[in-house]
Design a protein around this ligand. Structure first.
Ligand SMILES: C[S@@+](CC[C@H](N)C(=O)[O-])C[C@H]1O[C@@H](n2cnc3c(N)ncnc32)[C@H](O)[C@@H]1O
Length: 282
């Protein structure tokens, strides 16, 4: 029996102190149960920029970062440079690290085209970083790249060690998957969600890191020229759906997307990114 005012820990016993909750265990458990957590980012490299640019996330993020023109910056899970390239113009040097070769190829090509000299890239898993191999950086940024990381506690410790001045992480907010979750309900497919940002906060807190938390106020919803473009927005993962489910996704989007009479674009007000900024000063 669970006593009122008690908590279950690791599904085995009862605890009295909420600080004893093993958030790392629950983080791991959520991810282990999440069948679609692994994404082959190489396949999304070509379309990432257009999907990533559908809202004002970037501008809001840039307005929050505390940067100095003499800073060295490590961009973990940098992708194809949507964040890395503008950051390189604000600091002395940027190292972009990503496990997807195609993403880095596009980033390096863009840097070359723009004659940017202060970016270097490292092909690596974030989980494999270390102070010994990378050295210190003034600022570490992990924008939208830590959601599926295991082991999370060791990775956060290494990030904290590497940063001299600040760490900035953005993480899924509770409403990031609103319409995708509605679609899962529509096809009666109940799936495990990513761990919520309170897990990350509590894991950091238990490590003695007391971060600032801010929900980014992203203003605009996504817009599409066609249903097919909406299906391919990088979030519905049609590659994991069978033919019947793909048809149902089309049907679902036809139902929920409205047409803006002025622009002809398709949209739904709930189709909005929700990102939480978690940052701390060293
Ligand atoms: C959503 S994108 C974010 C890209 C960029 N930081 C931004 O905010 O626009 C996630 C990126 O993180 C990379 N990534 C995801 N998991 C990773 C891991 N474990 N190690 C290295 N890179 C990873 C992916 O390859 C992808 O480029």
């Amino acid at each position: 029996m669970i006593l009122k005012g008690s908590f279950i820990i690791k599904e085995k016993g009862i605890i009295k102190d909420p600080n004893d909750i093993d958030w790392v265990y629950y983080w791991k458990k959520s991810l282990e149960n999440k069948k679609d957590k692994n994404k082959d980012w190489n396949k999304f490299a070509g379309t990432f920029k257009i999907n990533a640019k559908r809202d004002d996330y970037h501008d809001i993020l840039f307005s929050k970062l505390i940067l100095d023109e003499n800073d060295s910056l490590l961009d973990l899970g940098c992708g194809e440079g949507t964040i890395t390239i503008p950051l390189s113009k604000k600091v002395k040097s940027v190292t972009g690290l990503d496990s997807a070769e195609k993403m880095l190829e596009i980033l390096n090509k863009r840097a070359k085209e723009e004659n940017i000299q202060n970016i270097n890239t490292i092909l690596s898993d974030i989980e494999d970083i270390s102070l010994e191999s990378l050295g210190h950086y003034d600022v570490v940024v992990a924008s939208r790249s830590l959601n599926g990381i295991l082991p999370i506690d060791e990775t956060l410790l290494k990030i904290n060690e590497i940063a001299n001045k600040y760490v900035f992480i953005t993480f899924f907010g509770p409403e990031n998957w609103k319409i995708e979750k509605d679609f899962k309900k529509y096809i009666k497919k109940d799936e495990q969600s990513f761990p919520e940002y309170n897990y990350l906060f509590n894991i950091l807190f238990n490590m003695g890191i007391y971060p600032n938390i801010e929900r980014l106020d992203i203003k605009n919803y996504r817009e599409y020229d066609s249903i097919e473009e909406a299906m391919d927005n990088g979030k519905f993962r049609p590659e994991l759906l069978n033919d019947d489910e793909k048809e149902k996704l089309k049907e679902f989007l036809k139902k929920i997307l409205k047409k803006d009479n002025k622009t002809g674009k398709l949209y739904n007000e709930n189709d909005k990114a929700d990102w939480i900024l978690i940052w701390w000063k060293k």
